[in-house]
Design a protein around this ligand. Structure first.
Ligand SMILES: [Zn+2]
Ligand SMILES: [Zn+2]
Length: 152
């Protein structure tokens, strides 16, 4: 099944040095409360996913920082916008995308919170999606080796 034009969403950083597009997953928005995400973006990282990966249409500003054995973070080296979280495998484009980087706010609900017990005490979400603790998140997503309680 090929994507139709209307399935394709576009996004990018604040300055335009990174642009991307893809087919938005039906799954909804995942929210990560880990300290690394909050340090990068001041608040939780709210992640959308593309079905079939992302096409980077303007890569000029895209930089990656390997943040752990099991993840790396993509951002714009020119304006600093937080953009992606992905596996260290450079052939994979199944990245979590900063929902805020999409050009149009997607019509999706939050489906899950991860690292929920790492949230700061000064905010609350009103949704009723499942809250996975740090231990539950690592048990669900981390590779068998290499995760020792570090956040992603
Ligand atoms: Zn930029
Ligand atoms: Zn995180």
């Amino acid at each position: 099944m090929s994507a139709t034009k209307s399935d394709i969403v576009t996004g990018g950083c604040n300055c335009g040095a990174v642009r991307f597009e893809g087919v938005l997953s039906e799954r909804g928005i995942g929210v990560c409360h880990c300290k690394m995400c909050r340090r990068a973006a001041s608040g939780p990282f709210m992640a959308a996913r593309m079905t079939g990966g992302i096409t980077v249409t303007e890569p000029r500003g895209l930089k990656w920082w390997q943040s752990s054995d099991w993840g790396r973070r993509g951002f714009c080296g020119e304006c600093g916008s937080t953009l992606f979280w992905g596996s260290p495998d450079p052939t994979s484009t199944d990245w979590a995308i900063s929902a805020g980087a999409l050009d149009i706010d997607p019509d999706r609900e939050i489906f899950e919170h991860i690292f929920a017990d790492c949230a700061a005490p000064y905010y609350r979400f009103a949704d009723t999606a499942p809250r996975l603790s740090e231990a539950e998140t690592i048990a669900k997503f981390a590779p068998a080796s290499g995760a020792d309680g570090e956040s992603q």
